[in-house]
Each structure stands twice: as structure tokens, then as C-alpha cells.
Design a protein around this ligand. Structure first.
Ligand code: AP5
Ligand code: MG
Length: 227
């Protein structure tokens, strides 16, 4: 049929750009993910925000998050599958904080392959624990949008208020020094095999996440420009 004949001047349809950002709490995944999703036109799935919304109806989720423990793989993967099936995510998906266990990684590869998709890259955000802890304890959070600020590194224009809405900023209940060691351990204890899997697949890209946010952003853009 005539409509099947390709117009040579039509822009080539890009395959979905599916990317995962992996790193400890406070490594700046969310900060960079917002910019990345905007620039590359992919949908940003912030695992923490999504699970905090689900926790409003699930006491077990709420307790795990507030205590800095991971939620079980099955319900987490189920929520990711729902995101993959949103039409807004057809151009690509940026998974911010997923996969965090080898079970989640295996399931993700399977879910993508069932949809004839595959990861383009996995970005590992490297940062020492003490730098990450300073960032988390100074973070301010706008619950309804997920936007984050830091009282000294990224202050809001009006103290205590979200730049876009003027609404109050809060502290996340897991952003306190006593919870942070558990969150760091929940990351470090389980991430090794995930990183190994993607390193062996040639997909792993590492960034020095302890640099200032604009410098991390330049690195990320150069990694994705060159493929
Ligand atoms: P989640 O919300 O994903 O928390 P996290 O992984 O601990 O990471 P954060 O969101 O705290 O940090 P971030 O790397 O996004 O840093 P940000 O950009 O905000 O998960 C919460 C909980 O949900 C988990 O503990 C678990 O219970 C559950 N969960 C989530 N994923 C799960 C999964 N896959 N499986 C099971 N359970 C799961 O930046 C931090 C601060 O630093 C901000 O104040 C920011 O302004 C500032 N900042 C950012 N970059 C810079 C920079 N370069 N220089 C200076 N300051 C910076
Ligand atoms: Mg985050």
C-alpha cells in the first residue's frame, strides 16, 4: 500500500532509548535523571517516588522505605512492567534506581526482551559514602513532584519553598543520619552482581558522581553523544 512506502526525507525512527541509573542514595541519580529525560525525550521512572506513592496504600512498603530497606523484587518488578507499557514510555525509559538486585536485573532483561526492547546503557554513579551522606542529610524534597534541593549545594530560590509551585519543602522520612547507614548497606550488599552482569554485557558506563552537578551532567551528555 502507498502508506507503506517510506519517505526518504522522513526522520529515521529511533529505537527506544532504555537506560538504567544505578548508584547509592545521594549519588544524584534523580537530579541527573530529570535533565536526561528532558534532553533525550524519555520517560523518567523514579523508583523511590513511585514506591512512596504505592506506600500510601501499603504499610509494609512504608515501613521498608522509612527504615531504608528494599521492597521485595516481585511487587517492584510488577510496577516497572506497568511503566514499560505506558505509551509515554515508547520512546524510551529511564529507570532511576532500578535494578538494585540480581533478581530485578534478570527480570528487567526478560521484561524488555518480551517487548522487543533492550537496555542501551547502565550508568553507575560512583560516590564515597561520606559525600553521599552529606547530600542526603541536607536534602529538601517536594513530595508531589519529586523535585529535590539541597540547603547549600542546590538551594531553592525562596528558603523552604519549591521553585515551581511555591509549596512547602519537606525532609524525606528516610533522610536522617540514623537511617543512612542502612540505606547504604542495602545498596552495597546487593549491587555487586548487578554491576558485574552489565559490565560483562558491555553496557556499564561509570561516572564520578562526587563532582558538581553540572560537571556530572557534561560527562553524561558526552557518554550518550558518542553512544
Ligand atoms: P530512592 O528514592 O530511589 O532513594 P535512593 O536510592 O536512596 O536514592 P535517593 O533518591 O535518596 O538519591 P539520588 O541518587 O536520587 O540523589 P538526588 O538526586 O536526590 O528509594 C527510596 C526507597 O525506596 C529505598 O530505600 C527502598 O526502600 C525503596 N526502593 C527504591 N528502589 C527500589 C528497588 N529497585 N527495589 C526495592 N526497593 C526500592 O540528590 C541527593 C541530594 O544531593 C539532593 O539534595 C541534591 O540537591 C544534591 N545533589 C545532587 N547532585 C549533586 C552534586 N553533583 N553535587 C552536590 N549536590 C548534589
Ligand atoms: Mg532519587
Amino acid at each position: 500500500a502507498a502508506e507503506d512506502i517510506k519517505d526518504p526525507k522522513a526522520p529515521a525512527v529511533r529505537p527506544p532509548l532504555d537506560v538504567a541509573f544505578i548508584g547509592p542514595p545521594g549519588s544524584g541519580k534523580g537530579t541527573q535523571a530529570r535533565r536526561f529525560a528532558d534532553k533525550f525525550g524519555v520517560c523518567h521512572v523514579d523508583m523511590g517516588s513511585m514506591l512512596r506513592s504505592a506506600a500510601a496504600r501499603n504499610e509494609q512498603f512504608k515501613a521498608s522505605i522509612n527504615q531504608g530497606r528494599l521492597i521485595a523484587d516481585d511487587p517492584v518488578c510488577e510496577l516497572v512492567a506497568q511503566q514499560l507499557d505506558r505509551p509515554e514510555c515508547d520512546p524510551g525509559i529511564l529507570l532511576d534506581g532500578f535494578p538494585r538486585t540480581s533478581g530485578q536485573a534478570a527480570k528487567l532483561d526478560q521484561m524488555l526482551s518480551e517487548r522487543r526492547r533492550s537496555l542501551s546503557a547502565v550508568v553507575q554513579f560512583d560516590i564515597p559514602d561520606d559525600v553521599a551522606t552529606d547530600r542526603i542529610t541536607g536534602r529538601l524534597h517536594h513530595p508531589s513532584s519529586g523535585r529535590v534541593y539541597h540547603h547549600s549545594f542546590q538551594p531553592p530560590r525562596v528558603p523552604g519553598r519549591d521553585d515551581a509551585t511555591g509549596e512547602s519543602l519537606t525532609k524525606r522520612p528516610d533522610d536522617f543520619p540514623d537511617v543512612m547507614p542502612r540505606r547504604l548497606a542495602a545498596y552495597r550488599d546487593l549491587i555487586g552482581p548487578v554491576l558485574q552482569r552489565y559490565s560483562q554485557a558491555g553496557l556499564l558506563k561509570r561516572v564520578d558522581a562526587s563532582k558538581p552537578a553540572d560537571s556530572v551532567w557534561s560527562t553524561l551528555q558526552s557518554l550518550f553523544k558518542s553512544g
